[in-house]
Each structure stands twice: as C-alpha cells, then as structure tokens.
Design a protein around this ligand. Structure first.
Ligand code: C5P
Length: 231
C-alpha cells in the first residue's frame, strides 16, 4: 500500500488573535505550514501530499512548499473534518482505497521523525490504523454544574487517558466513509480517530513525544520555536 499525506490548513486560527491564520505565522522566517510540510516530506516516503486551504487563502503562494512538485492543494471546509474529507476526495482518483493516509495538523510543526517512523512501522500491517498520542500528565478534575465558580465534582482517573496528537493514520477508503457518514449525521468529529470510533473501529494509540504541540494560543509560538531549536 502507498502512503499519502493530508494536511488540513484551512483554519482561520481565531484563538491566536493574529493578523493571519496561525499556519502562516513565521518561525525563523519560515511559515509554520512550510516547516510542518518539509519536516514530514523529508522524513517519510509519501506517494503524494494534499493540503486543504481556505477558499479565500492569500498566503499559500508565498510558501516555499507551493513550488514543491509533491504537493497538491484543494479547498477545505468550515470544520477541520470537512477540510480533511475534501482532501481525501481530491486524492481518490490517484490513490487506492486500501492505501494509508496520514493526516497531520498544519499547526504541529514540531512533529519528530522518530514518531513518524514509529507510527508507520507499528501500524504497517494493522487492518484499521491509529494515531500518535501522549499519556495525560496533569491531574484531571471534573467540574460540577454550578451557578458560580466551577467546583470539583471528582478527580478523574488519568491512568487510561491519552491526548490525541497527529499524524493519524488510516486507510483512505475506511476514513473517507467514516467522515462522510458522521458529518452527514451532524456528529461532532474533532479528529480522524473519533470518526473511525463512531464507525465501530478501535484505533491504536502509538505513544508519541509530548512536545508535538499544536500551536493554538500566542505563547505556543515561542514554545514551538524553542522545541524546533532542540529537535
Ligand atoms: O483550530 P485547530 O487548532 O483545531 O485546527 C487544527 C488544524 O486543522 C489546523 O491545521 C487548521 O488549519 C486545520 N483546519 C482546517 N479547516 C478548518 C479548521 C481547521 O483545515 N475548517
């Protein structure tokens, strides 16, 4: 089976409060999207890559990656899952249903080569696929419903809880069907694994580095720069 890379980059990055979407903010004169794409494409043998862009994207043509012959683009949607589905549909004519697709957030530039390799090696012969994930480190509190300040109802047992990271790796055909079914039914899908779970699959958790952060708020930018400097 071939491996394809899908990068949803159609978000507007509202929580960053920046003048442009977060995937186009720069670290050391390169956009986050450029860093993410080159780290992935330099470290794994992908048959091709599909990047989902916002319909009114103005920044992609300025990326180095825009001139990379391995990369194609398509128009994303209003939700992350819709952007991913649009990219999968754009790949359908070139890829087989049994091919692997690795979906990776544009906003995770610190992805590490060894994590990518471990994900691909661990799942190579698996029928379903899975995702990079990190065990939860903090003590978790469940809040009671109150009118005032949130109060602790219970401390949640974290021993079986993981944070979902990306890449997430599934077969093109099964993932396309899962996203189509659950988007059509209006179900909440926050990552590829959740769509597969709703279809009755049990994605494998492959332990990844906790510093594979998703840039979300302004302080994440300095953190990502620090992490990238040490990788
Ligand atoms: O907003 P969030 O951090 O969850 O976005 C994760 C990734 O999904 C980002 O790379 C973002 O560009 C992408 N995304 C997308 N289409 C959307 C929303 C988010 O491709 N409608």
């Amino acid at each position: 089976a071939n491996y394809w890379l899908v990068v949803p980059a159609a978000g507007i990055g509202q929580r960053m409060g920046a003048e442009r979407p977060k995937q186009y903010l720069e670290i050391g004169a390169r956009s986050i999207l450029d860093i993410t794409l080159s780290r992935l494409l330099d470290h794994a043998p992908f048959a091709g890559c599909m990047v989902a862009l916002h319909a009114r994207d103005r920044w992609w043509p300025d990326c180095h990656s825009a001139r990379d012959a391995r990369i194609q683009t398509c128009t994303g949607g209003g939700e992350r899952a819709e952007s991913v589905l649009s990219a999968l549909r754009a790949l359908a004519g070139q890829a087989a249903a049994s091919d692997w697709v690795l979906v990776h957030d544009a906003a995770r530039p610190c992805v590490h080569r060894e994590d990518l390799r471990r994900l691909m090696d661990t799942l190579a012969d698996h029928p379903v696929g899975g995702l990079l994930a990190a065990p939860v480190a903090d003590t978790l509190k469940q809040a009671a419903v109150t009118d005032h300040l949130p109060e602790v109802e219970v401390t949640v047992d974290r021993s079986r809880l993981w944070r979902a990271l990306t890449p997430q790796m599934f077969r093109l055909g099964a993932l396309t069907r899962a996203l189509e079914d659950h988007l059509a039914a209006g179900r909440a899908i926050t990552d590829e694994a959740s769509a597969m779970e709703l279809s009755g699959y049990r994605p494998v958790l492959v332990e990844g580095r906790p510093d594979n952060i998703k840039i979300t708020v302004p302080s994440d930018l300095a953190l990502a720069e620090f992490i990238l400097g040490r990788l």
